[in-house]
Design a protein around this ligand. Structure first.
Ligand code: NAD
Ligand code: UDP
Length: 349
């Protein structure tokens, strides 16, 4: 099967056991063909799970999961999470709710739909969990802290979100989804787990995803201008995808009364300008920096307090920004080469 979008897929695939006759557990991953979802599906298959991947392919890509469709334990369902989930008459142990566009340009394209995906999607996931007895896992976000006035951000911080701004469809949608998760746990005894994810990057992001790491790498490899929004002095903390997925799995395995929300992210903090400089140095690109308007409500600073994750999950990220960027640059380099897009650095030689 063709896997040009998942260039690391071949190696990862070797770690997946041949289809088992009776998988130990069954997991549904909504948004499973997206960036994080495809890594999670792969990880779960590797652990011997039967995996049902549900996606409407709005920002996800078939290439991300193409190689997984060879496995008997993997099922792909093309469905919108806003439709009630009649996925199964079968046993379900875990539902990971990742379905939602995550990149600001994508989630702002149709903000009403983003809000519906978050709210109606959460209700559909939680109703399915109630019917099946599965544990419902919510991929929440550091965006629930908005443009934070407390730094770094602990889980106890209630945030600083502008409810009427262009980011609100995502921020408030994710906040409402957290509310629904905790209300279903309190009033209907649905087992839940909630994580708040801080900026995560890695292979399987779309080249046109629009988030900063993929934008800078693709721009550098193509020799295009690197687009800095605002001064570039705003900060983010960048987590490599494998570390994040390890955190997901650890939280899912905590005792039933450990609900979260729990921050997952890499506490290393970098300005956007520092990120651009690293990407340019690593790619050897001749790209120039261009400074564009800063988006409305763009948070000025962000860094997770991961004390809870350390204490409750024994988790902390292991991949440095340099290591993660090397892996991600290699992925995009392969992808662009497979599309016959050459690197400026080489073209200029
Ligand atoms: P992504 O856009 O690559 O993946 C989202 C997936 O959900 C895509 O496959 C998309 O097609 C699917 N989807 C979107 N709307 C849907 C709908 N209505 N019905 C069914 N499928 C739908 O983004 P990602 O980075 O992989 O993010 C995955 C989840 O993690 C999202 O919920 C996001 O909010 C959350 N998250 C990610 C980050 C990060 O840094 N990557 C940070 C915070 C939170
Ligand atoms: N950003 C940028 N250039 C880009 C894309 C993003 O300068 O091409 C900035 C953006 O304004 C923000 C930071 O990088 O300050 C992180 O943006 P991203 O969209 O990756 O995530 P989020 O804003 O949701 O943290």
């Amino acid at each position: 099967m063709k896997t040009d979008g998942a260039t690391t897929g071949k190696d990862q695939r070797l770690q997946i056991p041949a289809a088992r006759f009776r998988p130990a557990r069954t997991a549904l991953v909504t948004g499973g063909a997206g960036f994080l979802g495809s890594h999670l599906c792969r990880r779960l298959l590797g652990e011997g799970y039967r995996v049902i991947c549900l996606d409407n392919f709005s920002t996800g890509r078939f290439e991300n999961v193409a190689d997984l469709t060879d496995y008997q334990n993997f099922n792909l369902i093309v469905q919108d999470i806003e439709t009630p989930l009649a996925v199964v008459n079968e046993h379900l142990d875990e539902i990971y709710n990742l379905a939602c566009p995550a990149s600001p340009p994508h989630y702002q394209l149709d903000p009403v739909r983003t809000m519906k995906t978050n709210v109606i999607g959460a209700i559909n996931v939680l109703d399915l969990a109630e019917r099946t007895g599965a544990t419902a896992f919510q991929a929440s976000t550091s965006e629930v802290y908005g443009d934070p006035l407390v730094h770094p951000q602990p889980e106890s911080y209630c945030g600083n979100v502008n409810p009427t701004g262009p980011r609100a469809c995502y921020d408030e949608g994710k906040r409402a989804a957290e509310t629904l998760f905790f209300d279903y746990a309190r009033t209907r005894s649905v087992p839940i787990k909630v994580v708040r994810i801080f900026n995560t990057y890695g292979p399987n992001m779309r080249p046109d995803d629009g988030r900063v790491v993929s934008n800078f790498i693709v721009q550098a490899l193509r020799g295009e201008d690197i687009t800095i929004y605002g001064s570039g002095r705003q900060t983010r903390s960048f987590c490599y995808v494998d570390d994040l997925i390890e955190g997901f799995r650890r939280h899912m395995q905590t005792p039933e009364n450990a609900l979260g929300p729990i921050n997952l992210g890499n506490p290393g903090e970098f300005t956007v300008l520092e990120l651009a400089e690293r990407v340019i140095a690593k790619t050897g690109s001749r790209s120039k920096l261009v400074f564009l308007d800063k988006p409305v409500d763009d948070p000025q600073q962000r860094k997770p307090d991961i004390s809870e994750a350390r204490q409750c999950l024994g988790w902390m990220p292991e991949t440095s920004l340099d290591q993660g960027l090397d892996l991600t640059i290699a992925h995009f380099d392969d992808l662009l080469r497979s599309r016959s897009e050459t690197r400026l650095a080489e073209a200029a030689e």
